[in-house]
Each structure stands twice: as C-alpha cells, then as structure tokens.
Design a protein around this ligand. Structure first.
Ligand SMILES: Nc1ncnc2c1ncn2[C@@H]1O[C@H](COP(=O)(O)OP(=O)(O)OP(=O)(O)O)[C@@H](O)[C@H]1O
Ligand SMILES: O=C(CO)[C@H](O)[C@H](O)COP(=O)(O)O
Length: 397
C-alpha cells in the first residue's frame, strides 16, 4: 500500500514517535524508533469494531499454550499461525480470537541480551512503548504490523500484519507489567506455578522433548529466578483470576509432583465476571466427592471453597487437590459448581473430554483453565451486548 503524505507528527515518548495520515476509508499510522528513525510498523486499516483484550501472564513452560488451546476451543474453530506468513510466527489466529505472544516485543535479540547481560524477563529487553501502542491500536480496531521474535534463530524477524480480532489475547511474560498495557485489558489471568511443579514440568518437557540435561534445566531456572521474582511474579496482584498450582497435600511429603493442588482465585467486583462457587456462595466448604458417584483411587480428591483476600482484594477461591480417574464422571463435580457460565448442562465436562489428551486434563489445572475459558466467553458476550445496547451520543441528543 502506498504511503501517503505525513500528516502529523506526535511525540509518544523518548524512544518512539508517531505519524499519521487521514483518509476517508483508511487510516495509516507509523511508529518510528527514535534512535534509528526506522519505520517500525504500519497501521493500515480502520475497522468498525472494538476488540476485547485478554492478558495471560506466566513464566515460560507454565502452560500458557495449553491454556490458549483450551480457550480458543471454547470459542470454536481451530487456531492457526497467519496463513502464508513466517513459519516461525508465534501468533495463533482462529475465527474469534487472535493470540499474540509478547516475546515478539523483545527489543533485544538473543545475542543482544547476552552482550548486555540481561534476561528476556528484564524490562530492558522489552519494548513496552511499542507493545502499548500496538495493543491500543488493535483494541480500537486498527491493524498493526507487529514484530516477530524468532525462537528458533533468536533473532528479531520482519514484522507480520495483525488485523484486529474480536478477542485479542496477549500472552507472555509481561502483559500486566506496564501500567498503560494493563489499563487496556478487559480481563487478566496469571498462571502461578509453584517452583516444585515448574521444575517437574520443565524437566519433563526440556529433557524429553528438547534433549536438555537435568543440570542445564536447573541452571536455567536458577538464572531466571531473580528476574522472575522481580518482574513476572508481582503481576499476579493485578490479575482478575489466578490459577495457582501447588504440590498435593493429600500425600505426606510428596516429592513426585504428579498429583497437584490447584487453586482458582477469582477477584470479586470485576465487571462482567462473577466468580464460580461450590454449593453455597460466600460459605466455606470442604468437600470430598469420592464415593458412589465419583471413582477415586489413592490419594483421592478434595475440594475447598471459601471467600478470602489476596493482595488486599476480596476474592473467592475454589481449590481441587487430587486427580480424576474417570473424566466422564466429572459431570458429578460440575453439577455442584455454580456460576460456570456454561451454555448447556455438562459443557465443562464436554470440553474436558474433548481435550482429554492435553496436559492437566485429569486435575484442577485443566478443570480451572476450562472454567476460565467459559467465563471469558461470557465476559465477551456481555461486553458486546452491552455495547450494542448502549445508546450512541447522536441518538441521545
Ligand atoms: N497442566 C499441566 N499438567 C502437567 N504438565 C503440564 C501442564 N501444563 C503444561 N505442562 C507441561 O509444561 C510444558 C509446557 O507447557 P506449555 O507449552 O503449555 O507452556 P508455555 O507456558 O506455553 O511454554 P513456553 O512459554 O515455554 O512456550 C508442557 O509440555 C507440559 O509438559
Ligand atoms: O522466557 C521466555 C519466554 O518464552 C524465553 O526464554 C524468551 O522469550 C527468550 O527466548 P529464547 O530462549 O528462545 O531466546
């Protein structure tokens, strides 16, 4: 597309500036990196919709991709990388959703980070100004050309065009780190995986699938820990929902990390989001569902539900410790949970059975990820309905 005359130049901040040109059918906006004057991205179209933006934060290897697959499945349709684009693109597009990986906003490539002695978790290795401008543009229905961080080569590749979707998910290390980006989120989730469990998952994946040694996995976790503690973990205080994954309490001194205690922490008072509850809203409940209606082998299953506080916020917490033997019997548990935002009886069980092969399908990680997916669908539908019903300024006048 031809670039029209620069219409206005506006200073964004110390590192970027922005120019735009008006046109009746489309709007073009360019971001430039100040140091290099390199035109970084071109915003080409202006759609008439508003995009709902969801943030998903977690450390690497903590189940973001698995969660994304569960979420996009709730909306239907398969999620695929942009057609005909960079084969190493990190983006996944389905009919309703576009998932972008915030690794694409690394401002330093692998060599650059090594030279400067910073990790990818360090804010200095990431371009939050560009992240903010692009998420803001997409939220207001404007396409962007987003950079790509190539995990295969460790380099920053040529950008890819991202059209504004109905639902934009920004997943990665820092969706809630920058206050401006945080303000753009309609809903946010943090996957809080305890060190013991993270270690077990990393070993399983990086040793089995990527050929890393136990020592190198340990060293990589240790090297990232200070930056994880400083920059990633504090984001959980801002999340509307946190899925906390801990070792089981059902097996004394368990060190296998196979049986998990998973807590779904849901903030109260979030617009369009009503927390799930067990039996009786606002009560404190402890429930062992094992028996005639739910088959449980050792060490069994235990649920807890209670109101609580989390970083000074009022929350509701549903907890599941243990694992399911038979997923088809999950309907028994589902029928005792309320406010699930399902469209029909048994939808949670159906979703779980559909993806029985995904990691965590037999425990609280899969169950709570599925439930959060359904809550996000509900939030999206309420937001859109509310927008459609809102009288326009012109109509009010
Ligand atoms: N709920 C779970 N239960 C057991 N293992 C899990 C679970 N979720 C993820 N894992 C393990 O962790 C690995 C990483 O999961 P996933 O690819 O979803 O994480 P990620 O956060 O997207 O990782 P990355 O950022 O490194 O791409 C999986 O291969 C799997 O071994
Ligand atoms: O924390 C990470 C998020 O995925 C990665 O380590 C980071 O993006 C750097 O990637 P790579 O290790 O491929 O250079």
């Amino acid at each position: 597309m031809a670039v029209s005359t620069i219409y206005s130049t506006q200073a964004l901040n110390s590192t970027h500036f922005l120019t735009s040109s008006p046109s009746s059918s489309s709007k073009q906006v360019f971001f430039y990196r100040r140091q290099t004057n390199r035109r970084f991205n071109t915003i080409i179209t202006c759609a008439a919709q508003q995009t709902v933006v969801i943030g998903l934060a977690a450390d690497s290897g903590c189940g973001k991709s698995t969660f994304m697959r569960r979420l996009t499945s709730v909306f239907g349709g398969a999620a695929e990388p942009p057609k005909g684009g960079n084969p190493d693109s990190n983006t996944l597009i389905s009919d309703m959703t576009t998932v972008i990986c915030l690794d694409d906003y690394h401002s330093l490539d692998r060599t650059g980070r090594k030279e400067k002695g910073v990790t990818a978790l360090d804010p200095r290795a990431n371009d939050f100004d560009l992240m903010y401008e692009q998420v803001k543009a997409l939220k207001s229905g404007i396409a962007v050309e987003k950079p790509i961080y190539n995990h295969v080569t460790g380099l920053l590749d040529a950008p890819e065009l991202i059209q504004p979707p109905k639902i934009l998910v920004i997943e990665g290390l820092h969706p809630m780190f920058d206050e401006r980006v945080r303000e753009l989120l309609d809903f946010s989730i943090y996957l809080d995986i305890s060190n013991e469990v993270k270690f077990a998952w990393k070993i399983q994946r990086d040793m089995a699938e990527r050929g890393h040694s136990l020592e190198s996995i340990k060293a990589s976790i240790e090297a990232r820990k200070p930056d994880f503690d400083a920059f990633i973990d504090p984001q959980k205080q801002y999340a509307d929902a946190v899925i906390e994954v801990l070792p089981t309490q059902l097996i004394p001194d368990d060190n296998e990390g196979k049986v998990l205690r998973v807590r779904l922490i849901m903030k109260e008072g979030v617009k369009y989001f009503s927390p799930v509850y067990l039996f009786d809203e606002g009560s404190t409940i402890s429930w062992i569902p094992c028996g005639r209606k739910l088959t449980c082998s050792y060490p069994g299953i235990k649920f807890n539900y209670q109101p609580d506080s989390y970083f000074d916020n009022e929350v509701s917490v549903v907890e599941m410790d243990g694992q399911f033997d038979r997923l088809d019997e999950l309907i028994y548990v589902e029928s005792h949970l309320s406010n699930l935002s399902t469209k029909f009886y048994g939808e949670v069980t159906q979703q779980m059975l559909k993806h029985a092969d995904f990691p965590g399908s037999n425990n609280g990680t899969g169950l709570f990820q599925t439930i959060v997916g359904l809550k996000i669908r509900d939030l999206y539908e309420q937001l859109i309905a509310n927008k459609a019903n809102a009288p326009t300024e012109a109509a009010k006048a």
